[in-house]
Write a protein that binds this ligand. Structure first.
Ligand SMILES: Nc1ncnc2c1ncn2[C@@H]1O[C@H](COP(=O)(O)OP(=O)(O)OP(=O)(O)O)[C@@H](O)[C@H]1O
Ligand SMILES: Nc1ccn([C@H]2C[C@H](O)[C@@H](COP(=O)(O)O)O2)c(=O)n1
Ligand SMILES: [Mg+2]
Length: 222
């Protein structure tokens, strides 16, 4: 059936094909409802090194969410040797943001594969383009946005000490990522703030204290 669709797609204009594929992915996600429950998404935002990944692991352990990190999906794509891998690798080393089409496709696939009704999406949306394209393609509004607020000085200190072999954890790329966060990601947080959807956490504190604040939010939500 899908082979037949691919063959007929060659005869159609590209925007129509893209629209059709997006609709089908949306349906796939909606059909992916677990036990008849609507798929719930929470965006986890904050600067590089603010502790998003650390706290997402705690949330998974205590509250049964699936953790999707946009950065990790992109790194896996590089390591898979895909045709986009070299381009993604170059963009990440420059501290820039990968085109939304690529990241959203990876998120879409992970949501469909996840088979759960609760996802925390870490490090996404990173800019206005990410936000707008996600809205139009996935068409699920986040329950809320968890924002880890941390000083630049502390984020830089943490990243320099992370020691996980990441190609972007060097002082030159870290400074570029911090700049991109202020210029491109903060406006997205402000957008959600204007809609009353942001839950801000003081992320400069030690990790166990940060998790106490996170726990309070998720306990009230359950
Ligand atoms: N509250 C905290 N206090 C001190 N160190 C922390 C805290 N939270 C996380 N760390 C450490 O800081 C480093 C960065 O944390 P983490 O990887 O969770 O950040 P991140 O926001 O996911 O960063 P990135 O956007 O680069 O992926 C890690 O080495 C982690 O162990
Ligand atoms: N929405 C996203 C998320 C991540 N990236 C790229 C650029 C980031 O610097 C890098 C690492 O992400 P992290 O692990 O720090 O969340 O991945 C992107 O382009 N778009
Ligand atoms: Mg991370």
């Amino acid at each position: 059936m899908r082979g037949g669709l691919v063959a007929s797609a060659r005869l159609l204009p590209r925007p129509l094909v893209r629209w059709f594929l997006q609709r089908r992915a949306q349906q796939d996600i909606n059909e992916n409802m677990s036990g008849g429950k609507k798929v719930k998404i929470i965006f986890v935002l904050g600067g590089p090194g603010s502790g998003k990944g650390t706290q997402c692991s705690n949330i998974v352990e205590h509250f049964g969410f699936i953790h999707l990190s946009a950065g990790e999906l992109l790194r896996a794509e590089i390591n898979s040797g895909s045709e986009n891998g070299t381009m993604i690798d170059t963009i990440i080393k420059e501290g820039k943001i990968v085109p939304s089409e690529i990241t959203i496709k990876l998120l879409q696939e992970a949501i469909i594969k996840g088979g759960n009704d609760k996802y925390i999406i870490d490090g996404f949306p990173r800019n206005e383009e990410n936000r707008v394209v996600f809205e139009s393609v996935i068409n699920i509004s986040p329950e809320f946005v968890l924002f880890f607020d941390c000083s630049e000085e502390e984020m830089e200190r943490r990243l320099l000490g992370r020691n996980q072999g990441r190609s972007d954890d060097n002082i030159e790329t870290i400074r570029k990522r911090l700049k991109v966060f202020v210029e491109s990601s903060l406006p997205v947080i402000e957008y959600y703030e204007s809609k009353g959807m942001v839950k801000k956490i003081d992320a400069t504190k030690p990790a166990p204290e940060v998790f106490e604040d996170v726990k309070a939010i998720f306990t009230h939500m359950a």
